[in-house]
Write a protein that binds this ligand. Structure first.
Ligand code: ADP
Ligand code: MG
Length: 692
């Protein structure tokens, strides 16, 4: 389907054949609009001729002068050196490759104009292989009227070629064919320049443009485009949300039939934060539109009971609830908790994971399909084709960071029975910086459990070089001899899981030698699920003192008696990941330690990162720092970044725009044709995200 908003293919331009079109495609450029949105990386100033005497090393500029000397030097490399003088100073032009004709063209007495970078040389400043034009005296064409854009390039495409193509696209722009999509009143309110003006400015900035501002991406013309792009992403998520919510959901009354006895039976009182979030969830569930809520709470803040509360509210209304975790270890922990809470209420919990096979799996599937199990706990296995839910009313997804946006959407799809869509509760232990909740998670409402249950003592974090490994081992020995338990986490740069697991095996063997009196276990990603679960169960039952592990233990595992954690080579992990790991300790009331044992030398940034870990245990601060240091792609995880690939916007630089984007998105989302035009312009057809 084409629309008035579609722009002509690049092949309609003069001189663009199949070969060039292919090169442009490598840059993501298919049509004239793409070409116009292909913004310069930086600019060159060819609008003025600078006096040679004023040049400083690093200046990229135009100079003009008379050639005073021109000699071929036979050194290590044969080179042509020309001394150029302009009355204010002299500079040397240096050529390593030159033809006889070139040499003759650069003869003494000629006037030459050059563009290049001034660098320090053996006898003052020089330009190596400058662009130049030489003439007998005058007659060199006048300098440019605009700054010269330098574009991101691909192999086999020259800057001049790209500039010529963009010039053609700019004259197409003049014909008024690229629609302004942000309504005039909003543009005025937020002082956003017009689309056409912005694009013209950015491809050909005037002589007096603020180059520094442009270089930083902070010019109003750039901000305007970034704004529209962020708006497009935001609108896509709102569209998704609208689509889901159009379907409607079953409304669940809070009867208290199961939730009340559940609360009464807990061995602790909920924290105020837990109560508040339970309330927010309960009110969502009472509405006949699907809940789309993200619950953020630091590790150990007690998200599981909130999930259970929500599940029981669904069950009270004769609907099924599904709880999904990203790993078997975690899913199993949920199974234990939910079973322990549900059984006294006469409710049944079904269990689905990769390792549930054969007859056992069939009976679980049957219990899920006929509704005899009111609660279903599992891993990704819940997505499988043959899983039929019975009246699924609520899907709880734990540790969202491990699931991609797509999976989040496909569970929505899965639970849908004809018209209605289940409510969705997504829980994450990795606090998400506000910048990201306002962008990547704009389709979700957000609740925060910002309080830890009482009686926890903060983890004491120390940063130590691995040259002091022996001291660290003594510390582990001392802690374990007092009946405490410890984790020893191995990390590796290599992506390969095999290598990681080998490293953990080696570490285990070494530790067994050095700590013969301790009971030491090992878990890593390549062990069979059953073996892993057995070791975890032993550790939980305090039959092991020390658990050597790869980062598989990162998420959610709860062993309150463990109070020491050693992390080898913490400099290889992101801060949020370290925070997650550290959250495994400090769950009981004894003082806990986390030892970050780095391998020297640490980079300056590496030091700064580990210092953050030492100084704070606040997950939100850590997440903000992580975003600052590593960018959204890393923080969200690669599977999440599909939605977050921006052409022009930069979440960190443009984060102050997000609030405006949110405010503008609301009225625009009520105008479907503009909304669609904007999302199409920036995200194409949006096939992947459109089908919900
Ligand atoms: P997370 O938010 O990391 O998923 P969990 O739900 O696993 O945290 O809870 C961590 C531990 O804290 C569990 O042992 C749980 O029973 C306990 N817990 C949860 N809420 C409270 C509370 N209000 N008071 C005391 N302990 C609590
Ligand atoms: Mg949890």
């Amino acid at each position: 389907m084409t629309s008035v908003y579609d722009s002509p293919s690049v092949t309609t331009l003069k001189g663009v054949g199949a070969a060039l079109a292919l090169k442009l495609e490598r840059l993501g450029i298919l049509n004239l609009q793409d070409l116009l949105f292909h913004l310069p990386l930086r600019y060159q100033d060819r609008t003025r001729i600078l006096p040679i005497g004023s040049l400083r090393p690093g200046d990229e500029c135009v100079i003009e002068g008379t050639i005073r000397a021109s000699d071929v030097l036979m050194g290590k490399r044969r080179s042509l050196l020309c001394r150029v003088q302009d009355g204010t100073g002299t500079i040397t032009l240096r050529f390593f490759h030159f033809s006889a004709a070139q040499k003759n063209g650069l003869a003494v007495g000629k006037t030459v104009r050059c563009f290049g970078e001034a660098r320090p040389g053996p006898s003052g400043l020089e330009m190596v292989h400058p662009e130049y034009s030489a003439a007998a005296d005058t007659g060199i064409k006048p300098v440019d009227e605009h700054l010269t854009p330098v574009y991101p390039m691909t192999e086999g495409l020259q800057q001049n070629r790209m500039r010529a193509l963009i010039a053609q696209a700019l004259s197409w722009l003049e014909t008024g064919n690229l629609t302004e999509l942000i309504p005039a009143d909003m543009r005025q309110q937020w002082r956003l320049p017009e689309l056409k003006t912005s694009l013209k400015y950015l491809h050909a900035p005037p002589v007096d443009a603020n180059v520094d501002q442009l270089q930083k991406g902070m010019h109003p013309s750039q901000r305007r485009l970034a704004f529209e792009e962020l708006l497009a992403h935001h609108l896509t998520l709102l569209q998704l949300r609208q689509k889901v919510q159009q379907d409607g959901a079953p409304a669940f009354m809070s009867t208290g039939l199961y939730t009340q006895p559940f609360l009464d039976g807990l061995p602790f009182a909920m924290t105020n934060a837990q109560l508040r979030v339970c309330g927010e969830v309960a009110r969502d569930l009472e509405k006949p539109i699907p809940m789309l809520r993200l619950v953020q709470g630091d590790v150990g803040s007690g998200k599981t009971v909130v999930a259970a509360y929500a599940a029981l509210q669904a069950v009270e209304n004769n609907f099924q609830a599904a709880v999904m975790a990203p790993t078997e270890i975690l899913a199993e922990q949920h199974l234990q908790n939910f079973t322990q809470w549900a059984e006294p209420l006469g409710l049944k919990v079904a269990w689905l994971a990769g390792k549930v096979k054969g007859k056992q799996r069939e009976s679980q599937l049957a219990a899920i399909a006929d509704g005899s199990a009111q609660i279903v706990v599992g891993t990704h296995a819940l997505f499988q084709e043959d899983v039929r839910f019975y009246n699924l009313g609520l899907a709880v997804i734990d540790e969202q960071h491990r699931f991609g946006v797509h999976q989040r959407l496909s569970l929505r799809e899965k639970g849908r029975d004809g018209v209605k869509t289940p409510h969705q509760l997504i829980m994450t232990a990795t606090p998400i910086p506000r910048t990201l909740t306002m962008s990547a998670y704009a389709d979700l409402d957000c609740s925060i459990i910002d309080e830890l249950p009482p009686g926890r003592t903060p983890v004491n974090t120390v940063v130590i070089a691995d040259s002091r490994r022996d001291q660290v081992i003594e510390r582990v020995r001392a802690a374990c001899s007092e009946g405490r338990q410890a984790y020893w986490v191995c990390t590796l740069i290599e992506e390969s899981e095999v290598m990681q697991c080998q490293a953990a095996e080696v570490a285990e063997a070494l530790l067994k030698e050095q700590l013969p009196e301790l009971r030491i276990g090992l878990v890593h990603g390549r062990m069979k699920a059953k073996e892993k679960a057995d070791v975890m169960a032993q550790f939980k039952a305090a039959e092991l003192d020390l658990l050597v592990a790869t980062t598989v233990i990162e998420v959610g595992v709860d062993v309150p008696n463990s109070s020491v954690m050693i992390i080898e080579n913490p400099e290889r992990l992101g801060l949020s990941q370290l925070h997650q790991l550290r959250g495994r300790v400090g769950r009981g009331s004894v003082e806990s330690f986390c030892v970050l044992m780095y391998h020297a030398p640490l980079s300056k940034q590496g030091k700064a990162r580990l210092a953050v870990m030492r100084e704070t245990t606040d997950g939100f601060i850590i997440a903000e720092k992580d975003l600052e240091l590593r960018g959204p792609g890393e923080v969200l995880g690669t599977r999440q970044t599909g939605m977050m690939q921006f052409k022009i916007a930069d979440l960190q630089r443009d984060k102050d725009l997000l609030e405006r984007v949110r405010q503008v998105a609301e009225p625009i989302s009520r105008n479907p044709s503009i909304m669609q035009a904007i999302t199409r312009r920036w995200l194409g057809q949006g096939e992947e995200y459109g089908h919900v």
